[in-house]
Design a protein around this ligand. Structure first.
Ligand code: SF4
Ligand code: SF4
Ligand code: FES
Length: 248
């Protein structure tokens, strides 16, 4: 049985600097996840050649696959480091930052574009002040079920990392933002601003940029039905075009 865990980590010092691979070996213990391995390296930053090095930098927060901040590419697959169990990974374990977002340092990336895209599509429900508005309108249980599934998005970025249409040459908002439009447009209060959100994804960088490669839905850790959301919003967009033509 292996007594060590070997990790190959793609590192970089500052934004825009070149990247390099550094290998580490840490003592094996059962049931470790990738974050625990990174923490071991942080405690004793010595690479597998025995050279002292800098501690590896990464992001995490919830440690239970809820916040999305620890998303990275592990053995070629984009996923959360906190739920990546070493006992289920082949070694050496390769760990890289996501490639579709600017690298800040080592495994830390700037996912700011995702939050900007949520702003672009107005993925919120405007409220009038902060006073108590009472209980909101009721939703039927079937819609509640769909809304619950869609609301599980943790803005992790996996769907954008996998999407061939999301890259530095396009301004495609991506599947997560489109799915959030579906979520807020089906909300009884959110419906009041449905057309604004729809218009946002009918313009440049919206629905038309999706090539229907369906990679997003394959990698979403929350199993959000992203391609169904895209198809639903395409249908809503078509209806809006016809309504505009008919002047209603
Ligand atoms: S269906 Fe394909 S092109 Fe469209 S958002 Fe998903 S991965 Fe990207
Ligand atoms: S839709 Fe899924 S993969 Fe995309 S950001 Fe949300 S949780 Fe992550
Ligand atoms: S630390 Fe929150 S998803 Fe991994």
């Amino acid at each position: 049985m292996a007594t060590t865990i070997t990790l190959k980590i793609k590192r970089s010092e500052v934004p825009g600097s070149g990247s390099y691979w550094e290998e580490f070996e840490i003592p094996y213990r059962p049931n470790l996840n990738v974050i625990s391995c990174l923490m071991e390296i942080q405690k004793r930053p010595v690479n597998s050649k025995g050279e002292k090095t800098t501690p590896v930098v990464w992001d995490d927060s919830c440690l239970e696959e809820v916040c999305g901040s620890c998303t990275m590419v592990i053995n070629g697959r984009v996923r959360q480091a906190c739920s990546a169990l070493v006992d289920r990974l082949s070694q050496p374990i390769t760990i890289e930052p996501m490639s579709k977002f600017p690298t800040v340092r080592d495994l830390r990336v700037d996912r700011g574009v995702m939050f900007e895209n949520l702003k672009r599509v107005k993925a919120w429900i405007p409220i009038d002040g902060t006073h108590n508005l009472g209980s909101g309108p009721r939703m039927n249980p079937a819609d509640q079920q769909i809304a619950y599934e869609l609301s599980r998005c943790m803005t992790c970025g996996c769907c954008l990392e996998a999407c061939p249409q999301f890259n530095d040459k396009s301004d495609f908002v991506g599947a997560a933002a489109i799915s959030q439009v579906r979520l807020f447009n089906m909300h009884p209060t959110g419906k009041l601003n449905a057309n604004e959100r729809l218009d946002a994804i009918m313009g440049q960088g919206g629905l038309e940029d999706c090539g229907n490669a369906q990679m997003c839905v394959e990698v979403c850790p929350k199993n959000i039905p992203l391609t169904t959301s895209i198809a639903t919003m395409e249908w809503e967009a078509t209806k809006r075009v016809f309504k505009k033509l008919l002047g209603s």
